[in-house]
Design a protein around this ligand. Sequence first.
Ligand SMILES: *[C@@H]1O[C@H](CO)[C@@H](O)[C@H](O)[C@H]1NC(C)=O
Ligand SMILES: *[C@@H]1O[C@H](CO)[C@@H](O)[C@H](O)[C@H]1NC(C)=O
Length: 276
Amino acid sequence: MNPVPLRCFLFCFALQTVRWHIELQPWASPTPSLNYEALRFLKYISTSQISCEHMNLNSLRGYSETAKKPWSICLDERFSLIHRIRSKQCRLYSLGLGNDDNQFEISMANSGCEVHRFDPSIKSAHVQEGRHLWYHRLSIDWRDPNPAIAAHKLHSNTKKLGTVLNEFGHQKIDVLKADVESAEWKILENLILEDVVEQIGQLVFEVHIHWPGFEVSGNDSAVVRYWYSLLRELELKDFRLFHTYKDLSKPQMFLKKEAFNASSCYTLSWVNTRWK
Ligand SMILES: *[C@@H]1O[C@H](CO)[C@@H](O)[C@H](O)[C@H]1NC(C)=O
Ligand SMILES: *[C@@H]1O[C@H](CO)[C@@H](O)[C@H](O)[C@H]1NC(C)=O
């Protein structure tokens, strides 16, 4: 079940700089306890670390329409995104799984951003839907497929984000949006371990906490500590949370229990304050 030795066998020899795992934060209490881990983590994901005044694309065009999801990006002048949008140089990558709500993608494309939507459920390999909007039948994963398995599968359309960036010849992503139904933890870990996050200006992630997520192991306290540690790694890389949204329309569950007044789903937005 533990994927680490296998992954390292596959790439650690080739890439000397790759870390094997993230730095775990100390436990929240002297004796590990789910209660303390949960309180620390939930407080963390509910607290903005930096203020952002302009968060809505619609505010740019002077009309307001309520978007279905709070996919918030920071358009304050002190961050580069707004300047990149004005000069039509911005790029959005959106990772999803057959979810039809493309309003955010469309409005980014209408603002002149180059939008790439990655979704394994679409019919053709690549579709261009407008001047600035592309769909790719690809699922972004935290590892590249094992070549032995890939050779046997007709549609092995699974790639790491770093691999896609290299293949597309893209150096930067202004905004990475991810709504990947619990694969976000391992994807985030991969972006941190391979330093791909440094190529990203803002992150907007839906995080799911009703179960540990794909390939996240350990008892409940260890899982929550791991989630928290991942987010602290982002902070260490100068990412700051500027918006957090608790989804009250989803089941109010935390690790399979109704507890801590938590929702199963939060949408978190970070800005990379180091990013130019
Ligand atoms: C959970 O697992 C960790 C090891 O990862 C252990 O130290 C801890 O005591 C366990 N906690 C509980 C509450 O079982
Ligand atoms: C539970 O969460 C809701 C929504 O975030 C909040 O309005 C309410 O005050 C919370 N209740 C408690 C007891 O903390």
